[in-house]
Design a protein around this ligand. Structure first.
Ligand code: NAD
Length: 292
């Protein structure tokens, strides 16, 4: 099995910068890429902010932080991926975008390099089949925020070989993550259950069953969820939630997965949650304010 020393991460958004963060802290060299230079800059700023918080909570030392930051290099080009042992794709949740990224990656990475996707819902088997190495391809589904969340869901495509699975298990172990195995069906385990619940919360809002605040309060205090479903939707990104519902709807051909029209409307408005400053809540002030 190829020894993993250098990890390439594609996409420097919420997930990509979190994956770079935990990999660098675990001692891996990291190359972080994005089509947007601004996303790379804000990704690095987020890593700095989150590591500083870990230092102030005495989870890591200042020396750990400096050493980890020094291990992260950024690039808007894929060229430096010629030196990576594992490439993890964490770009926008869109099949065509991901397929193009993997096609480009296959032209750059060496033969021994493993390929992974952090997709929340798209078929790992299908993405793998578009590459020159489906046996070395695997789903590594990190949770948001990556430095805090314990779980990594591991999804083997139909062609994924045992060596690649063992690499993934060893990698998760080094990051200190707990793994769970999910079969490669739409949205796997976590999002198969979580996102329809969020979609139902949006339906409850759409139908006037409750307000944004009453729906979130009901689920926090009535179901003991740490955050309400609409707050969580804003945290995940409404574009990502919609994409997952579309994959469930198309992939399982069951009307129970139809995306709520109000969710579609928010995405069409560009009100996609925290990352846009506005979703079911407006985040421009000190405290979030419901947007309807
Ligand atoms: P995001 O919108 O915060 O970031 C996506 C990034 O991908 C952006 O910076 C964008 O510029 C970049 N990008 C788009 N096309 C690209 C390309 N061709 N090459 C390089 N970079 C490109 O989204 P996110 O929340 O970080 O989600 C990323 C992936 O992680 C998605 O597949 C999503 O489903 C998955 N995921 C998300 C969550 C979550 O809670 N948000 C949790 C687990 C997994």
């Amino acid at each position: 099995m190829a020894d993993i020393k250098t990890i390439g991460v594609v996409g420097a958004g919420q997930m990509g910068n979190g994956i770079a963060h935990v990999c660098a802290l675990a001692g891996y060299d990291v190359i972080l890429t994005d089509v947007s230079g601004d996303a790379l800059e804000s990704g690095l700023a987020t890593i700095e902010k989150n590591m500083t918080r870990q230092v102030s909570r005495e989870i890591i030392s200042l020396d750990d932080m400096k050493a980890a930051q020094a291990r992260i290099k950024t690039s808007v080009e894929l060229v430096p991926f010629s030196g990576v042992d594992l490439a993890i794709e964490a770009a926008t949740e869109n099949r065509e975008v991901k397929e193009k990224i993997f096609a480009a990656l296959c032209n750059v990475v060496p033969k021994h390099t493993y390929l992974a996707t952090n997709t929340s819902s798209i078929s790992v088997t299908r993405l793998a089949s578009t590459t020159d190495r489906p046996e070395k391809f695997i789903g590594l589904h990190f949770m948001n925020p990556v430095p805090l969340m314990q779980l990594m869901e591991i999804i083997r495509g139909l062609a994924t070989d045992q060596e690649t699975y063992e690499m993934a298990m060893g990698f998760a172990d080094r990051l200190g993550k707990t793994t769970t195995n999910a079969e490669d069906y739409p949205a796997f385990i976590v999002n198969r259950i979580l996102v329809p619940m969020i979609n139902e919360a949006v339906y409850a809002l759409y139908e006037g069953v409750g307000t944004v605040e009453s729906i979130d309060t009901a689920m926090r205090l009535g179901a003991n969820h740490p955050m309400g479903p609409l707050t969580l939707a804003d945290f995940i990104g409404l574009d990502t939630c919609l994409s997952i519902m579309q994959v469930l709807h198309d992939g399982l051909a069951d009307t129970k997965y139809r995306p709520c029209p109000l969710l579609v409307k928010y995405v069409e408005a560009g009100w996609v949650g925290r990352k846009a400053g506005r979703g079911f809540y407006d985040y421009s002030g000190d405290a979030p304010v419901p947007t309807r």
